[in-house]
Design a protein around this ligand. Sequence first.
Ligand code: FAD
Ligand code: FES
Length: 355
Amino acid sequence: MPVQYYPLKVIKKEFETEKTCSFYFEVPEQHKALFTYKTAQFLTFRFLIEGKEYVRSYSIASSPFLEESLRTTVGQVKDGIVSNYLLSHIKEGDQIESQAPLGEFFQLPKSLKSKDFILFSAGIGITPLFSILKTALSAHLANKVYLIFSISNLNHWIYQKELKLLEEQFKEQLIIKLILSQKEGRLDNKKLQQILETLNLKESLFYLCGPKDYMKMISECLLKSEVKKEHIHTEDFKIIPQRGPKPDENSVFFNANQAPSAEPKILKTTLNGEILEIPLNREKSLLEQLIDQGYNPPFSCTSGSCMTCMAKLKEGKVFQLEEGILDEENIKNLEILTCQCYPLSETVSIDYDNL
Ligand SMILES: Cc1cc2nc3c(=O)[nH]c(=O)nc-3n(C[C@H](O)[C@H](O)[C@H](O)COP(=O)(O)OP(=O)(O)OC[C@H]3O[C@@H](n4cnc5c(N)ncnc54)[C@H](O)[C@@H]3O)c2cc1C
Ligand code: FES
C-alpha cells in the first residue's frame, strides 16, 4: 500500500538554541487515532522544496503520558536541505505533511522490576530521550533516570529550562550530567568508565542517541561490563547520506559473500500487483532506483529504522548496509530493507506484496 501523509498544523515554533528549533503540532480531529504515538517514536515529513520532494524523519520529543502537544525538535545540519528549510521557512500556522508515527526505540523488558534508566545523548540526539525521560518519570517506570548529555558548551543545552524544572520536580529521581566537550573534552572510554562505576549496571536499561561512533563506543563498553545486549537500545539519525556504498563489517549479505559477482543490470519488482522491470546500477539503493524511475514503493525513514520498505528477495544477490531493525528471522527469510540494500548480481528480483 502506498505510504499515506496527513496534514499537521504548526501551532508553535520555538528556538531551543541558536541552531535547534521545536515545532509543536495540532493533529486534525479525524486523524487523532492514527497519531496516537508511543514514547520516542518518530514522524516522517514530506516537503516539496524548489520542485523536488524530500522525505525526512524527526523523533517525537513529547511524551504520550503527558498532556502536551505533539512536538519535534530539529537541529540545523550544515548544508542540509530540509533542516535549514524547517528552521528558516516553516512558520506557525503552516501545514506539514506527515506519516503516522513509527519506531520501536523505546522497548521495555516484559518483567520490569525497579530498573534505572540511563540515557546517553549527544547534541540533537536528546530529542527521543527527552520523550523517554518524561515518560519514565511521569509513568513511574524507572527507579532513577540518569541523563548523560554531551554538548559543546552551555549555549547548546537543548531543553535547558524544562530539564532544570524536571530536575527540581523529581529531585530524588532525575540526575543530569552534562559533558561540555569544549571545556572538558569529549566523552571517551576513560570518562565513560568513571561514569559507569557510579551506576548500577545490572539493574539498568540503556537508551543511546547520538553520532554512530559515540553510540558504538558506549555500547561496546557496556557489553564489556556485562550489560545484556537486550538492555541497550540505540536510535541512529544517520544524517550523512551514503552514496556509492561499499559493504563493510556491519553489512548483511543476502545470497552472497563479500564480492560482487557481476555488474547490476535489471531490477524486477512486484509492487501493488504489478511486475516491473527497471535498469539497475550499484550506486543507489533498490528503493531509490524505483523512486527515480517514477514508482511509488513504500518507505518512511530511509535509514533502516522502520521496516516500511521491506521486500522479499526472490532472486539475485544484495547486501544491506547494516542489519537495521531486522531480526534473525527476517534475515533467514530473505526479508530485506530496500532503503538500505544495494545489488551484487546482474539481476535482482524483489517482492513487496508477498512477505
Ligand atoms: C529515525 C530518525 C529520527 C531522526 N530524528 C531527528 C531529530 O529528532 N532531530 C533532527 O534534527 N534530526 C533527526 N533525524 C535526522 C533527519 O531526518 C535529517 O537527516 C536531518 O535533519 C538532515 O536532513 P537535511 O535534509 O537537513 O540534510 P541533507 O540535505 O540530507 O544532508 C545531510 C548532510 O549530508 C551532506 N550531504 C548531502 N548530500 C550529500 C552527498 N551527495 N554526498 C555527501 N554529503 C552529502 C550535507 O552537506 C549535510 O551535511 C532523524 C533521522 C532518523 C532516521
Ligand atoms: S524506509 Fe524505514 S527501514 Fe527502510
